[in-house]
Design a protein around this ligand. Structure first.
Ligand code: CA
Ligand code: CA
Ligand code: CA
Length: 437
């Protein structure tokens, strides 16, 4: 009888402490090109276009004046052929046909218009885009958009390139452990698979790992504005990792292969803590070593000056600092380490203080250089020395050695400061804009 009671107590204790995995339905939604294309964490997929027709195209409609061809390699699915053409022999490239049903015949696919639109990338510029296009895939069509990098004046056999971006995302409203949040999942690396985590397994650099994470992203309306702002200084497009934070707790997250639901459960592995100056930090990304040349980037959320992370070997990756000035304007700066050379081991239950963010140190450097290397302060050095100029740069370094290269005010980009050189009488001799880094 006593033994039975003990078993019962253990069973009740287990049920009370380990929350079960919860499944939340995902809803398919369109993603705007102006949101996704300038987003720093959305890389999409690249493809080349040339005048050479690939063997995949067996039949095509008549073309006006030298069309361009390409193959979109989107993940492990067979490549999708496309043709970029002109509506008349003299017009610019303004039509695209994509073999969306992958039958090698471009005659049964609808020609779509190539549009020229103004986009903040982050400076405003004109770009050529096409789509959205629905590409057939096992499990249903996937909507993508195409950004063209063509220089029509110089198009020869070399052609140009294009970039494919997701034009859809899957959204769930999750509610777990008293936290309720809308999460949007984006196939940011455009491989037609949703749920790729930020993992770099290929780095073998001798100088400390220089990592790159071309993962999928999760959209989070951090400022509760009702919209996902994906510009790089707003951090509402987080790299997807093996853990996701709801409140300040880590959870395991998995998108179902049919993309109909997301499963979230509390992370039950061994954890450790990182403390630091989180009060002035809008977002911190750290990388965790999984094996030789194998790193995962995670974005922990802080509470009470610390973050809880799975145990392991860590390094600081990026830090976004944010503070309001006296007039109430929000300033942000994004810094990055670029290498995981200075890593540290965090064992289960350990707490470690990490340096990052403020105070930022500014170091200006000026040197006289010979022209053609792109400096901005063209100075006047008198007759016979017109080829020389003064190059001035400012390096902004954070407490963890991270270098800051992006600055913003109220979610807009801020250009580097200007610099003016005057003579003893105050007459302007030269001026220009500083360079960061
Ligand atoms: Ca076709
Ligand atoms: Ca993906
Ligand atoms: Ca928002």
């Amino acid at each position: 009888m006593l033994k039975k009671a003990a078993v019962l107590v253990v069973a009740v204790w287990t049920a009370a402490t380990i929350l079960p995995a919860k499944e939340f339905p995902l809803e398919l939604k369109p993603l705007d090109e102006a949101q996704v294309m300038p987003c720093a964490n959305v890389f999409g997929a690249m493809a080349q276009v040339t005048t050479k027709k690939p063997a995949e195209i067996k039949a095509e409609p008549a073309a006006a004046n030298r069309p361009l061809y390409g193959l979109l390699a989107l993940g492990k699915t067979p490549p999708v052929a496309l043709r970029i053409g002109r509506s008349s022999a003299s017009s610019a490239y303004d039509r695209m046909i994509v073999d969306v049903n992958r039958n090698g015949d471009l005659q049964d696919d609808k020609a779509i218009e190539i549009r020229t639109v103004k986009m903040k990338m982050p400076q405003e510029q004109e770009v050529q885009v096409a789509g959205p296009i629905k590409i057939e895939r096992e499990g249903g069509p996937v909507s993508v958009q195409v950004l063209l990098h063509l220089m029509p004046a110089s198009i020869g056999p070399g052609g140009g390139s294009l970039q494919v971006f997701p034009a859809q995302y899957h959204e769930a409203t999750v509610e777990i452990d008293g936290v309720r949040e809308r999460l949007g999942f984006v196939d940011a690396n455009c491989n037609l698979v949703l749920g790729d985590i930020a993992r770099d397994t290929g780095c073998t650099c001798e100088n400390g790992p220089h990592l790159s994470f071309q993962s999928d992203v999760v959209l989070r309306d951090n400022d509760r504005s009702g919209a996902y702002d994906m510009a790089s200084l707003t951090c509402e497009a987080e790299r997807l990792a093996d853990v996701i934070y709801l409140g300040a707790k880590p959870y395991k997250v998995e998108v179902a292969t049919d993309q109909k639901a997301v499963v979230i459960e509390p992370y039950t592995g061994a954890v450790a803590e990182i403390t630091g100056a989180f009060d002035k930090v809008a977002q911190l990304v750290v990388v965790r070593k999984e094996g030789e040349n194998d790193w995962i980037a995670i974005t922990p959320h802080a509470a009470e000056g610390k973050v809880v992370v799975p145990e392991g070997r860590y390094a600081l990756w990026t830090c976004m600092v944010g503070a309001k000035d006296d007039a109430g304007a929000l300033w942000k700066a994004l810094g990055a380490k670029g290498s995981a050379k200075e890593s540290f081991l965090l064992k289960a239950g350990e707490t470690r203080a990490l340096k990052f963010g403020a105070a930022l140190e500014l170091k200006t450097q000026s040197e006289v250089q010979v022209a053609q290397s792109g400096g901005l302060l063209r100075s006047l050095f008198g007759g016979g020395s017109r080829e020389r100029y003064l190059r001035t740069s400012v390096e902004v370094t954070g407490a963890g050695g991270e270098k800051y290269t992006e600055f913003g005010k109220d979610n807009g980009q801020v250009k580097p400061p200007t610099c003016v050189i005057r003579d003893a009488d105050g007459k302007e001799l030269a001026s220009g804009r500083m360079e960061y880094g």
